[in-house]
Design a protein around this ligand. Structure first.
Ligand SMILES: Nc1ncnc2c1ncn2[C@@H]1O[C@H](COP(=O)(O)OP(=O)(O)O)[C@@H](O)[C@H]1O
Ligand SMILES: O=C(O)C1=C[C@@H](OP(=O)(O)O)[C@@H](O)[C@H](O)C1
Ligand SMILES: [Mg+2]
Length: 176
C-alpha cells in the first residue's frame, strides 16, 4: 500500500546487503522529467499505469543484485504480478490503514490521496488490493515489525533462511 514503507525499506535493505536499489517511481520520474503527481494531472492514471508496466519490465532485468521498490498500484495488472513473481522474491509489507493514515497525513505527493478523505480512500484501496498483494507475494511482512530497520532485517533473515543469499535460491531482484 502507499505509505507501507516500500521505498524506505528497499533503501535500508540495499545498504545492508550491499545491493543496488531501484524504485519504479523514481525510474518513471526520471523518464518523464516531472513528479508523478503532475503526470497524473496532465495525462491521467491509465497513462501512468502503461508507463509503470513498461518501466517494471525493464527494472526486472537487472545487471546486478538489486532490491526493487514498486509503487503500490503495480499489482493492479496481472502482467505485472506475473512478472514480479517470476523474476523476483516479492515481499508484501502489510500495514494497517490507521498507520498509513498517520504516515501520509501531510503527504502531497500521492495523487490518489489528494482532494479525497484519505482514510476512506485507503480503506477502498486496501479492500481492492489486499488480495492482489497476497497473490503477488512470496512473503508477507506483518505490520507488527514497525521500524524500517526491523522490516529490512526480517526480510534479510528470510532471504538467508531461504538460501537466497548463498546461491541456493537465485534471487537477482527483491521487490517490495
Ligand atoms: N516502518 C516505518 N515506521 C514508521 N514510519 C515509516 C515506516 N516506513 C516508512 N515510514 C514513513 O512513511 C512514509 C512513507 O514511506 P515510503 O517508504 O515512502 O512508503 P512507500 O514507498 O511504501 O509509499 C515516509 O515518511 C517514511 O519515513
Ligand atoms: O498506490 C498507488 O496506486 C500509487 C502509489 C505511489 O507509490 P507508493 O506506493 O510508493 O506511494 C505511486 O506509484 C503512485 O502515486 C500510485
Ligand atoms: Mg514508494
Amino acid at each position: 500500500m502507499p505509505g507501507s514503507g516500500k521505498s524506505s525499506v528497499a533503501r535500508q535493505l540495499g545498504r545492508s546487503l550491499g545491493w543496488a536499489v531501484v524504485d519504479t517511481d523514481h525510474a518513471i520520474e526520471s523518464r518523464i522529467g516531472m513528479p508523478i503527481r503532475d503526470f497524473f494531472s496532465l495525462h491521467g492514471e491509465p497513462a501512468f499505469r502503461d508507463l509503470e508496466t513498461e518501466v517494471l519490465a525493464h527494472c526486472l532485468q537487472p545487471t546486478e543484485p538489486t532490491v526493487l521498490a514498486t509503487g503500490g498500484g503495480i499489482v493492479l495488472r496481472d502482467v505485472n504480478r506475473d512478472a514480479l513473481r517470476a523474476r523476483s522474491k516479492v515481499f508484501y509489507l502489510r500495514t494497517s490503514v490507521e498507520e498509513l493514515v498517520r504516515r501520509l497525513r501531510h503527504d502531497t505527493s500521492r495523487p490518489l490521496l489528494q482532494g479525497v478523505d484519505p482514510r476512506q480512500k485507503l480503506h477502498e484501496l486496501y479492500a481492492q488490493r489486499d488480495p492482489l498483494y497476497r497473490k503477488a507475494a512470496h512473503y508477507v511482512v506483518e505490520a507488527h515489525r514497525p521500524s524500517v530497520m526491523g522490516m529490512a532485517h526480517w526480510i534479510q533473515m528470510q532471504l538467508e533462511l531461504g538460501g537466497h543469499l548463498n546461491g541456493q535460491g537465485a534471487a537477482p531482484t527483491l521487490s517490495a
